[in-house]
Ligand binder design. Structure first.
Ligand code: GLN
Length: 548
């Protein structure tokens, strides 16, 4: 029988509910329990697949092809497990199910209402993963307590608290304890208010986790406990951490896991086994080198848009014991005149995934620079497609070569819409999504990096390398080193005469975790480190007394 932990948020958004949930899950997993996490989002979209990154940050794709919230990325990175469609549920999906059932006549003439029909469907989904043999299912509720749209989710938790045995369910409430500079004091009133709001909705939290910039004194903890109906040891301090990967350890020091185990009456567990995690943290904290990686994209000002890529750099940097300084470069502002100036200090270049025309020519210029200057290059999805277009235009001399995504009338459609995509008109959930197998070419960089001949990676795209051009590309030195074994679709391209130039049609960043950093990121960072070392060794050594 699974036990359930619900995580709600109060006062403001962006407090890091996803990280707290993932950290708690990590600690419980480290104690030998089987744990998973799911996220319930209150918006009406059926999934975030149709949302602009400005609205919602990165869209995270699971093995089974679900387009989900980026918090699922944190869950996988922390827990080193796969999540699935069942781990992310939105109000839209709940309503869609209920309305479909109503159309089928499943409610037998009854009036279909928020309570009980919507809340029943929410509860059914909240308990669903509990049937898969987990000891603990953590459910993160998106949004902030008090939002109109999150009311049915809170109501479902209220009902479940009555339906489940007392020791099978608990609620953790994450709030903010702000520091007022003028008063030189931490303030507990916003926390009191948000807990009051939650109680008015029928849910009394068992544990209060307080995000704070300053340490909570015992006196303050007592005050929060008194006003919020919990014991003082159930008031947890979540101080700002230098990296999200530190949070499981700070939560362990605060005994968050122990309090949960006690309340859930779990008696069989081990001492936390976090050896690998701590080893990773040590490497992360004490790097031996530093390299600059250019991240070329069009949502550069919005860090959440490239979340998994940035985290994969952190994992791969730790393996290489070097700190990866990501230089964000907006593709719209790269021109033939400034490309050298913008890229010459880099040790590696990653061209990011994306959609649509904006910033495309800047990406192509950046690829050209990397190809011609032996700068380690890593292209992901749209980034790989740009490397193909650049090669077609500048090496194969195919005039105006393009992707039909950007130019439907291009005379040389080196990237074209996949056959199965041509009939599709609906946007939601219709891309080539989820895990597909890929066969690697003997002797290629890809094969050396993966140390395997068959791999599986996750996709999210509609366009593809046009195989009509493959021979011409291979003759001139850009080879297809990975292909789908059934369809022959090109999944990886690489350059023969370049130290490290790899473009992948899939999203390797989605499978990089703390305990299994992605081999392509690890090898890219290694290549960048080598580029940096050669660059530095070429620099004239300074004579004694000479100034830089
Ligand atoms: N827009 C491109 C396609 O759909 C690339 C997508 C991506 O980068 N995820 O094929």
């Amino acid at each position: 029988m699974a036990k359930y932990i619900f995580v709600t948020g109060g006062v403001t958004s962006s407090l890091g509910k996803g990280i707290i949930s993932a950290s708690l899950a990590k600690l419980l997993q480290a104690r030998g329990l089987k744990v998973t996490i799911q996220k319930f989002d209150p918006y009406i979209n059926v999934d975030p697949g149709t949302l602009n990154p400005y609205e919602h940050g990165e869209c995270y794709v699971t093995e089974d092809g679900a387009e989900t919230d980026l918090d699922l990325g944190h869950y996988e990175r922390f827990l080193n497990i796969f999540t699935s469609q069942a781990n992310n549920v939105t109000t839209g999906r709940i309503y869609q199910t209920v309305i479909n059932k109503e159309r089928e006549g499943a409610y037998l003439g009854k009036t279909v209402q928020v309570i009980p029909h919507i809340t029943d469907e929410i509860k059914r989904r909240m308990l669903l993963l509990g049937k898969d043999g987990y000891d603990i299912v953590i459910t993160e509720l998106g949004g902030t307590v008090g939002d109109i749209e999150s009311l049915p989710f809170i109501e479902a938790v209220r009902q479940l608290q009555w339906e489940l045995p007392d020791e099978d369910c608990l609620v953790v409430h994450l709030t903010l304890v702000p520091y007022l500079k003028a008063a030189k004091e931490l303030k507990t009133k916003p926390t009191q208010h948000s807990v009051k709001l939650l109680s008015q909705e029928g849910v009394n939290p068992d544990i209060i986790v307080c995000r704070t910039e300053r340490p909570l004194s015992p006196e303050l903890r007592r005050k929060i406990a008194l006003f919020c109906n919990v014991k003082p040891d159930a008031v947890i301090e979540a101080a700002d951490a230098p990296t999200i990967y530190e949070v499981p350890l700070t939560m362990m020091r605060e005994k968050l896991d122990q309090i949960c185990l006690k309340k859930l009456d779990i008696k069989t567990f081990n001492e936390p086994e976090l050896g690998k995690w701590k080893e990773f943290l040590d490497k992360l904290k004490y790097p031996k080198n530093k390299i600059n990686i250019g991240l070329i994209g069009k949502y550069i000002e919005l860090q959440d848009a490239y979340k998994s890529i940035l985290e994969a750099f952190v994992h791969a940097g730790a393996v290489n014991e070097c700190s990866v300084n990501v230089v964000n470069i907006h593709s719209e502002f790269i021109s033939a005149e400034n490309v050298e100036e913008k890229l010459s200090t880099l040790d590696g270049l990653l061209v990011a995934p994306g959609f649509g025309l904006r910033g495309i020519e800047g990406k192509i210029l950046a690829v050209k620079y990397a190809r011609e200057n032996n700068l380690p290059f890593f292209g992901i999805c749209l980034g790989m497609q740009m490397s193909v277009i650049e090669f077609a235009r500048n090496v194969l001399n195919l005039k105006n070569a393009h992707s039909t995504e950007m130019d439907v009338n291009t005379p040389n459609p080196v990237i074209d819409l996949m056959e199965e995509q041509k009939k599709i008109t609906a946007k939601g959930g219709t891309m080539r999504l989820g895990a597909y197998p890929c066969e690697l070419k003997e002797g290629s960089i890809a094969q050396q990096v993966y140390q395997k001949s068959q791999i599986s990676e996750r996709h999210r795209h509609r366009w593809e390398f046009n195989n009509a051009y493959l021979d011409a590309f291979e003759e001139h030195g850009m080879i297809a080193s990975g292909k789908n074994p059934e369809s022959g679709l090109v999944e990886i391209v690489e350059l023969k005469n370049h130290p490290y130039f790899v473009g992948v049609q899939y999203h390797p960043e989605l499978k990089s975790t703390v305990e299994s950093p992605h081999p392509l990121f690890v090898s890219f960072i290694k290549a960048a480190k080598e580029f940096n070392e050669t660059k530095n060794s070429k620099k004239k050594p300074l004579l004694q007394g000479e100034m830089m």
